[in-house]
Write a protein that binds this ligand. Structure first.
Ligand code: PMV
Length: 298
């Protein structure tokens, strides 16, 4: 990578993401309804020599020093695609990390932007960084992070944007790490062992995704919530839920949510709920779960 003259200090941002409907079936070519979170990652660029600082993790990555660390390799992938300005980067997460909310993709996109990347080059750099961190990402996270707003994502077609008003969501953490890899493997096993039933569930989820997309566009959150709850039943049957997720969904519904489901890989991680945000957030907190209020928006 070559360097050019330092630019003035600047701030670069990228969104986190949430899957509203359609995780897991999206792996097999079906669409998922995804949204960008207003929150995400902020990168401050100041004159320097390429250091990446993440004070929240007590991490400083020096690109001139060889490192096998995952984060260093991910950063190297992004830098390799940039004619980067001589800047140091300071990165701040303003959403929970490791929770299935797309923090690593937002990190890659914000860092890439800070190094002057945009468009297809930025997408390529973010995909390379995500591949270092996640193995075989579908590309949904960085695509949504770059685009903002709502969209229907398919592996083959990418993201088709959807016009909709900002959607308030409550996001609660089960307190258990999500198990994307293990749960994706379990669904693959079910598909092999109980092919017809599993394919039937994928088709049913796809119908819910289409229904949910229409509901989001119309601002019909009751209908969206119903689709979410129904999607959760299929996810449970696909063995990607866990007792904590089921408990949180029940608490949310009892507190007046229009609907609730896991988001992302499952087996732990986060649950999302729509409708009656405050009572739902209070009920989850009272039950000891960590809660974030979030807005899906451009
Ligand atoms: O756990 P997350 O946020 O990385 O989401 C995984 C979503 C899956 O559909 C389960 C897998 C994928 O690659 O799309």
């Amino acid at each position: 990578m070559s360097t050019v003259a330092p630019m003035t200090p600047r701030q670069h941002r990228a969104h986190g993401k949430v899957i509203l409907l359609g995780e897991h079936s999206v792996v097999y070519g079906h669409p998922a309804l995804a949204g960008a979170l207003a929150d995400g990652v902020i990168v401050d660029a100041t004159a320097g020599r390429g250091l990446l600082r993440i004070p929240q993790w007590d991490v400083v990555i020096d690109p001139t020093v060889d490192s096998d660390a995952t984060l260093a390799r991910a950063y190297a992938e992004i830098r390799a695609r940039a004619v980067a300005p001589a800047v140091d980067l300071t990165l701040t997460f303003n959403l929970p990390t490791g929770a299935g909310l797309g923090s690593s993709a937002a990190m890659a996109v914000a860092v890439g932007r800070a190094l002057g990347l945009e468009g297809a080059m930025l997408a390529d750099a973010a995909m390379a960084s995500e591949t270092v961190i996640h193995g075989t990402p579908s590309g949904l996270d960085h695509t949504v992070s770059m685009a903002g707003g709502f969209g229907l994502f398919t592996r083959s077609g990418g993201l088709a944007s959807l016009k909709a008003a900002p959607l308030p969501l409550v996001i609660g953490h089960t307190g258990k790490a999500r198990d994307t890899k293990g749960r994706v493997a379990r669904v693959a096993q079910l598909l092999a062992e109980r092919s017809d039933e599993t394919r039937g569930r994928f088709a049913a989820i796809e119908a819910l995704v289409q229904r949910g997309a229409g509901a989001v566009a119309r601002g019909s959150y009751g209908e969206l919530g119903a689709a979410m709850t129904e999607n959760q039943r299929h996810l449970e049957a696909l063995d990607v839920s866990c007792p904590e997720i089921e408990r949180m969904c029940a608490i949310a519904r009892d507190a007046g949510a229009f609907g609730a489901k896991l988001t992302g890989g499952g087996g732990g991680g986060c649950v999302i709920a729509v409708g009656n945000d405050r009572p739902v957030a209070d009920a989850w907190r009272a039950a000891g779960y960590e809660v974030f209020s979030a807005t899906v928006s451009a």
